[in-house]
Design a protein around this ligand. Sequence first.
Ligand SMILES: [Zn+2]
Length: 264
Amino acid sequence: MIHALAAVIAFMTFSLDFGQVIIEDLLPLNTPPQKVIALTFDDGPNPSTTPTVLAELEKRKITATFFLIGIHARDYPDIVKRMDKDGFEIENHTWEHLFLPHCSNATIDVQLNRTTDLIEKITSKKPHYVHPPMWGFDKRTMAESKKCGIDTTLWTIDPSDWQDGNTNHVVTYVLSRASAGDIVLLHDIHPTTVAAVPIILDSLSKKGFKFVTVSELLKIDQKLATEGKLDWRKKAEWQFPGLIPSAQQAEKSETARKPNTKKE
Ligand SMILES: [Zn+2]
């Protein structure tokens, strides 16, 4: 028991303050008691693909969160209106999909504020979160975003659907990893992802998942954290080398600290 606790504390120290970024602020780290999952769609809206994704979600009364690129929202405001009318969460993915660590603070402000203002103009609601384009963030971009009223938030399952354009890969990747408290990153601008969406929705529903927005999931997570129910389930799913330890690194570090623990 003491060993296990020491390992948890050691692991938390190792994982939560990595590269000066507090990972706890970016990811849901706790296992919620309910089987909830958040689907996120970045880079839209796109008139040839996004409406199909919306229709598949609406048909099943499933909610999701859309991180919009400002210029696309400007070009297709009717899709944004539909998202809002149908109860989807709409968040910020910057005005032009820039890599924020390469931007000045003034540019970050423009990228976020223009998008926020536009979304608010269309929906009368302000976004609260940014998915940093191309996994681009650091302590400075997070602080600057916060000044714009926007928290940086990430995801826990990324099938890289933009990369290889393979529906089966996207489906298998997501379904084999999905567990309570996950945030899945998809892009509603690729036909191969659009084809994966109904399969993912039906399979997760069949497995008993309840779909929530990013805000809802982070609220559940914060509540668990304040209740002291932080756990480290996510370590096996962290897949971002250089910032967050890989499952192997975490395992290695943990094994070094727990020499007597046998892995099943
Ligand atoms: Zn993006």
